[in-house]
Design a protein around this ligand. Structure first.
Ligand code: GLC
Length: 662
């Protein structure tokens, strides 16, 4: 049961696509105050669990901290951070009462979930212009499914996107990409994608390719495809200001960029130096920007990652001007004491300065709206620009696409990767905990930078993280330019990496099938144990094991030097460990606590009682996986319904896509 309440004049974010009639009166849950902006308070019962918030810091149960929906480019996801790149304002309170709440509001929103007062949840924002959706249901899982029905079907990538991707900021020349392809293929490590970070472009200009390095880009794309490897270029939000650069010139001519109050184009520095931001909230500009992707699609590209779209700002012209004035002030004649700290702080505050978000405007249907008032919708609409364009360019084909910044609604157009994490063990665990929350908010095609983006990775961290990545739909190893190289072939005993990645490919028929069932059924791919075992008091609080699809549970090892871990089984399960060369072990374990040993080169999983999963032979790429000869692993006599399609087109709803295996 979904109820919709309207406060003030909400901005139409288009997060929700189902028609719901607005209620009059007050929600029967919590208290609303419209005195100072908007606030909603809810008295939490002692045992209530609060799920949701998608891409947010900390645990699966969000209780006990304060989170702020405010899309932010912050590369240090330490425990004290309140905002990450996305804004996913959906929470479910689960306990004596079960209720889901979606606050459809396009800018900064605070979720104090038992932070100020242990048993009080307060959701607040500055302007009382929003929609609040209140969802009642039998339990948290039921509420989540209703919410998913409300916001529309999740993005479905092409099947190759379930293969492994290798990435690194710093691959620049043709040889760099060839080296990766060779490193994988010669070592017989499966691979489907190599990502192209900003250096493939000419001077970081969107929709250009460095022609000195790639004189025949289309030919190069094809050459890679001949080895079953797709190149996936990055697209950044900011368009470089440069005379003669057609994207810049067209944007200026047609008023497609965000403008200052005085009507001039707002300038912010990002990787290319000063850029303009395409006004993706303006449908005409959105159409224009999306259509630019054609330049790469025409050269054989089938996937993209959209970045810096919070939008990230290194500094604005105005910010720089203010800094210059401060410096000027301190170097007046007679001034001896330059306050370094103050200046240092001012330099630091230049980047992603909230003041800058008040300095530019969008043109939404002729109405001028200041950016800070709809800040959280920018990345969503950049990705939507591309998604809508793909529909025009090749309506039957699926494209791979994911974004860094997002809002609910973007889940229909693309996935997300969780941005600049670190090569830290704590971030491996954060990755695991975030997955079900993201799924609840519609984002199914998701994953983190495996091995960690910032800081130097170690061999054991990369192995353990890949062993989790085996199960995340987006499986990509990515790292920052200044860090230790972390492609599998950079480490000793490459066969250990090969074994883990081969396990991914052996499981792709199952993982893809479960992904598709989740996407088509508005269901979850990653679930908290509590959603499957709601009456099990121990399962209710488990945060380091997750259910995947309908058959399995995972319990990754996330501690350095551990040889295994403790695991809780809410029912009898078959414990399977995949090792190298197609070898695996299986053992039935009873309900209860167990210590399981897991070596660095093994991928553990648990099959639920009475269930089984299909397993393929390893292959070098997704296209080569033999789905005709699948082995069933699990409990005697169990059956499995496999979903399979061509992985390219959009013919999803066919009964012939389902096949019973026994
Ligand atoms: C941002 C992205 C990161 C990328 C880098 C360079 O930090 O989050 O993934 O490698 O920019 O483009």
């Amino acid at each position: 049961m979904v109820r919709k309440y309207v406060y003030g004049t909400p901005f139409e974010t288009e997060a929700v696509i189902k028609e719901v009639a607005a209620e009059t009166g007050l929600p029967s849950y919590g208290k609303i105050s419209l005195e100072e902006g908007f606030s909603f308070t809810y008295q939490l019962a002692e045992d209530d669990i609060v799920y949701g918030l998608g891409e947010a810091n900390r645990g699966l149960n969000k209780r006990g901290y304060c989170y702020i929906s405010d899309c932010t480019d912050d590369p240090k996801h330490t425990e004290d951070k309140r905002s990450l790149y996305g804004a996913h304002n959906f929470v479910v309170i689960s306990g004596e009462q079960n209720v889901g709440l979606f606050f459809d509001y396009p800018s900064k929103m605070v979720f104090d979930i038992g932070y100020t007062r242990e048993n009080m949840m307060t959701v607040s924002c500055e302007r009382a212009d929003l929609y609040v959706y209140v969802i009642e249901g039998a339990n948290a899982y039921d509420i989540v499914k209703q919410f998913r029905g409300l916001i529309g079907r999740s993005y479905i990538p092409p099947k190759f996107a379930f293969g492994l991707g290798q990435s690194r900021w710093g691959y620049k020349k043709r040889e760099d990409f060839e080296k990766v392809a060779k490193g994988y293929r010669e070592n017989r490590i499966p691979l489907d994608m190599i990502y192209m970070d900003i250096d493939y472009m000419q001077d970081y200009k969107d929709f250009t390719v460095n022609e000195t390095e790639f004189p025949d880009f289309a030919g190069f794309v094809q050459k890679m495809k001949d080895q079953d490897i797709r190149l996936v270029p990055i697209i950044d939000a900011g368009v470089k200001i440069e005379d003669g650069y057609s994207v810049y010139e067209e944007g200026v001519k047609n008023n497609y960029f965000c403008k200052r109050e005085d009507g001039s184009d707002f300038a912010a520095a990002v990787w290319p130096g000063y850029t303009h931001f395409p006004d993706v909230l303006n449908p005409e500009a959105r159409r224009w920007f999306g259509d630019q992707y054609r330049f790469l699609i025409d050269q054989g590209i089938e996937g993209f990652w959209n970045d810096m779209n919070e939008p990230a700002i290194f500094y604005s012209k105005e910010g720089m001007e203010e800094l210059k004035q401060s410096i000027g002030k301190y170097i007046e004649p007679g001034e001896t004491d330059i306050p370094k700290n103050e200046l240092g702080a001012q330099v630091e505050a230049l980047a992603n300065n909230p003041e800058d978000y008040k300095r530019f405007y969008h043109n939404v249907g002729g109405e001028k709206i200041r950016h800070d008032k709809l800040h959280n919708l920018y990345g969503y609409n950049m990705t939507r620009a591309a998604g809508e364009a793909f529909e025009q360019i090749d309506p039957d084909r699926r494209f791979l696409m994911f974004s860094r910044s997002s809002y609910v609604g973007m889940h229909r157009y693309g996935g997300i990767w969780t941005g600049d994490n670190m090569s830290w063990w704590s971030h491996l665990l954060l990755n695991l905990k975030m997955m079900p929350s993201l799924n609840m908010c519609g984002f199914l095609y998701t994953g983190a930078d495996l091995g960690g983006f910032g800081a130097d990775a170690t061999r054991d961290l990369v192995l353990r993280w890949l062993a989790l990545g085996v199960f995340t739909p987006l499986m990509r190893n990515h790292a920052a330019i200044w860090t230790r190289e972390q492609e599998p072939y950079q480490f000793e005993r490459i066969e250990d990496f090969r074994g883990i990645i081969e396990t991914r490919y052996r499981l792709v028929p199952y993982l893809y099938s479960e992904y598709m069932k989740a996407a088509l059924g508005d269901d979850l791919y990653f679930k908290p144990l509590a959603f499957v075992y709601p009456d099990d008091k121990i399962a209710l609080r488990v945060e380091d094991q997750m259910m995947i699809g309908n058959e399995i549970m995972i319990a990754p090892v996330y501690t350095q030097n551990a040889r295994g871990r403790y695991v809780y089984l809410p029912e009898k399960m078959k414990f399977v460990k995949f090792g190298k060369d197609g070898v695996y072990t299986e053992e039935v374990l009873d309900k209860g606590h167990h210590y399981v040993e897991v070596a660095l080169d093994e991928v553990p999983l648990f099959i639920r009682a009475g269930k089984c999963i299909p397993v393929a032979k390893a292959a070098q790429c997704v296209a080569q996986i033999d789905t005709e000869h699948l082995e069933l692993l699990g409990f005697e006599g169990a059956e499995y319904t496999l979903y399979e399609d061509d992985g390219i087109h959009k013919d999803y709803d066919h009964s012939s896509n389902y096949r019973k295996l026994k």
